[in-house]
Design a protein around this ligand. Structure first.
Ligand code: FMN
Ligand code: SF4
Ligand code: SF4
Length: 263
């Protein structure tokens, strides 16, 4: 079996969990390494990969408005399987994942994958100060334990087709998957290093490193998180007020949920 982690992850939380799970599976199978397919950056819109029966893929995306981001769904459309077993995961910012996990499972199934397990995981929210630092070391342990439990479950219930998984959600899915309305500002400390231009998932930052196309920007805040000189920010009164209230509203911690094959 060859193991691959595939993710769209602007601020790195989905990536972290997908990698923990994939690494654990590969180690248990005594594989020295696993492959990563990062669908986050703009050039990844052209990435096309085919998988086969001897592959195993772990997918991960964030939740945007209760759905998987539309841009991630488009890029995942270029990833096909041939009865390829997989695990699907979504990472959400402590509000809810609504129909996102169901949507991701449906999407990869329609592209030739067989879904054997799933997880809805909590990560630090893009906006405000919500579950800061998650997934943390204890979430990572839970992810690793999930991978171990999955392998144990497979021994008891060897599943060839899609596993019976109690994933919540409804079809048609809730309206969502769009970006937000917050677009970062750039202050005078910008060194024009170009990192934000290169890393923006949707190519929304012009070559002056400052002008953001608000039609394209999905408010993922990747440019804020990755700027080495903290020159990109959301220092405006509207956002600061929203972030404070939103952080209070979502202050009660939610737990990761893992779905294993059932009889
Ligand atoms: C536009 C947008 C919409 C979001 N919608 C939700 C949501 O519906 N529910 C939720 O719990 N978190 C929501 N989040 C938070 C992200 O799902 C969360 O921060 C996730 O960990 C980000 O993943 P990443 O680090 O892989 O980019 C949203 C974030 C953004 C930017
Ligand atoms: S990453 Fe930061 S410093 Fe570099 S160009 Fe972008 S805003 Fe400027
Ligand atoms: S410009 Fe918008 S879409 Fe691009 S990285 Fe920044 S927040 Fe994300």
């Amino acid at each position: 079996m060859n193991y691959t982690a595939i993710y769209f992850s602007p601020t790195g939380t989905s990536e972290k969990s997908v990698v923990s799970i994939t690494r654990e599976l590969a180690e248990k199978a005594e594989r020295r390494d696993f492959r990563r397919v990062d669908l986050t950056t703009y050039p990844a819109k052209e990435t096309k990969v085919k998988f086969f029966e001897n592959d195993f893929v772990v997918f991960g995306t964030p939740v945007y408005g209760g759905r998987i981001p539309k841009v991630a769904a488009q890029r995942l459309g270029n990833i096909s399987g041939k009865q390829t077993p997989c695990i699907v995961t979504v990472t959400y910012g402590n509000r809810d994942y609504d129909d996102a996990l169901l949507e991701l499972a449906d999407l990869v199934k329609s592209n030739g994958f067989v879904v054997q397990a799933a997880a809805a995981l909590v990560g630090q929210h893009t906006f405000g100060e919500i579950q800061v630092g998650r997934p943390n070391a204890s979430d990572e342990k839970e992810d690793q334990q999930f991978a171990k439990n999955f392998l144990k479950a497979l021994k008891k219930i060897p599943c060839k087709g899609n596993a019976k998984l109690p994933i919540k959600g409804n079809r048609p899915y809730v309206e969502g998957g769009n970006g937000g309305t917050f677009h970062p500002h750039t202050d005078d400390t910008c060194t024009k290093c170009g990192l934000c231009v290169k890393n923006c998932p949707v190519g929304a930052i012009a070559s002056d490193c400052r002008t953001i196309n608000s039609e394209l920007c999905i408010s993922c805040f990747r440019c804020i998180r990755y700027c080495p000189s903290q020159s990109k920010n959301m220092d405006d009164a509207n956002y600061i007020k929203f972030a404070k209230e939103f952080s209070q509203k979502l202050s009660v911690r939610r737990e990761n949920e893992y779905f294993l094959p059932q009889k």
